[in-house]
Design a binder for this molecule. Structure first.
Ligand code: CA
Length: 424
């Protein structure tokens, strides 16, 4: 028996679509409920089926793995993640064994009607309780674009940028799971000429980001070395860090983003584990000048994740406006986490760290409307012929992330949210 859940040759007896983000090699974790029943349960996903881990545990599916009895009936995955990689890895491994095509005699297979649910019969909830949310600014292309537009085209990066994984503390209360809608935010806007005004933002934007979820906590005063940082990360999600550019532009000096950022962020529902991402590990960009020793990492510490953004007008078809890749990021997650804790800042299980907007080298790979429309000097044209410089009322923004290495393909599922008109 092959015990590697990432083995490209594995097939499942579950009927799954050919191009699914969730083949047997993925097996992410989330929190779901049944339609018409608010009771949350920990879940995984294969194809268009949701696996009720709580029911599977009741039936004895995880026998031999040291799990607390209530671990899969909580409202979040925090306690499960805190059990550590040894346990969470064993659970994913067991799921893989139960779902394998050749395991025709597995006792759980005959009971599948009790723990395998159609996606349409479930709702996905926020998978973790996020205590703190940190947003980095780790894309060289994004930072260069923003610096070129707003500061100095000849010297776009601030002097610290290649020495520090720049970040700030965001707000976790307004992070919602994919599928939500929110109203266009109000705030202070400063016209080119004249006094500031109050009103709805005219420049709502998306930010294409990937977030990582902390699976282990640290004590105050403790530093996470870059070389061991991956042990603290449970997995990754797609993340749209919605931004109101006009509010942001007026407020951000001197302390940085505030109301232009904290009105809404959207997260994909399935946490793709670091284990599932292993086959897509790759080398990040060369860092020049060399970074300080506490930020140095050896080997490959990023992942080849194709990313895209689509805008879908109300009653219209989605148009792709951007293709980027996680591997473009200048700073990797190990460096971000080492830097975050170098001063002794403690991390908690369930904390979310987002990458910052992930832009690539070409104009079609820019991860925000700000950059795609180059500060409002050009339009993005959608497939229905309509033009955008920012997100319009009724627009739905969809982020997608796919890993493919020519042998296997896994994905994150959609990260979707809709912008509603401002409240009157
Ligand atoms: Ca951001």
């Amino acid at each position: 028996m092959n015990s590697n859940p990432n083995d490209p040759d594995l097939e499942t007896w579950v009927d799954i679509p050919g191009n699914t983000d969730f083949p047997i090699q993925n097996l992410p974790f989330g929190i779901s409920s049944r339609v018409g029943d608010d009771k949350p349960f920990a879940a995984s996903r294969i194809g268009d089926q949701v696996i009720d881990l709580a029911r599977l545990a009741e039936l004895g599916g995880f026998s031999g793995i040291d799990l607390p009895g209530d671990i899969f009936t909580q409202k979040d995955l925090n306690a499960f993640m805190a059990l550590g990689n040894g346990i969470t890895r064993a659970v994913r491994q067991r799921l893989s064994e139960i779902l394998r095509k050749q395991h025709t005699e597995h006792p759980m297979r005959a009971l599948a009607g009790q723990w395998l649910l159609d996606l349409s019969a479930t709702r996905q909830l926020l998978p973790v309780s996020i205590g703190d949310y940190t947003d980095f600014y780790s894309s060289l292309e994004h930072a260069t674009n923003v610096g070129t537009m707003f500061r100095d085209p000849t010297n776009p990066l601030l002097p610290n940028w290649k020495h520090i994984p720049v970040g700030y503390h965001g707000r976790s209360s307004s992070i919602r799971v994919s599928g939500h809608a929110f109203h266009r935010p109000h705030g202070q806007l400063k016209p080119q000429e004249g006094d500031p005004e109050y009103g709805p933002s005219k420049m709502v934007d998306f930010e294409l980001e990937v977030g990582f979820i902390l699976g282990q906590s640290t004590e105050m005063g403790e530093q996470i070395p870059a070389s061991r940082a991956e042990e603290y990360i449970f997995g990754l999600v797609l993340f749209n860090d919605w931004s109101a550019r006009d509010i942001q532009k007026w407020e951000y000096v001197p302390l940085g983003p505030f109301l232009g950022k904290n009105f809404a962020s959207t997260m994909s529902p399935w946490i793709v584990t670091m284990d599932a991402l292993e086959p897509y590990r790759t080398q990040g960009p060369v860092q020049d000048p060399p970074v300080l020793p506490y930020l140095q990492t050896e080997g490959a510490h990023t992942y080849d994740i194709d990313l895209e953004v689509l805008i879908q007008p109300f009653d219209g078809a989605p148009s792709r406006v951007c293709r980027s890749n996680f591997k473009y990021l200048y700073w990797n997650m190990c460096q971000q986490l080492a830097h975050h804790t170098v001063n002794g800042c403690n991390m908690e299980v369930g904390d979310l760290c987002a990458s910052g907007t992930i832009s690539g080298p070409t104009p079609d790979s820019f991860g925000s409307m700000l950059e795609l429309c180059w500060g409002g000097t050009r339009f993005v044209t959608l497939s229905d012929g309509s033009e955008r410089k920012s997100i319009q009322d009724g627009d739905t923004v969809i982020l997608r992330g796919i890993c493919q290495n020519g042998v296997t393909r896994i994905g994150f599922g959609d990260c979707v949210a809709t912008l509603l008109p401002a409240k009157s």
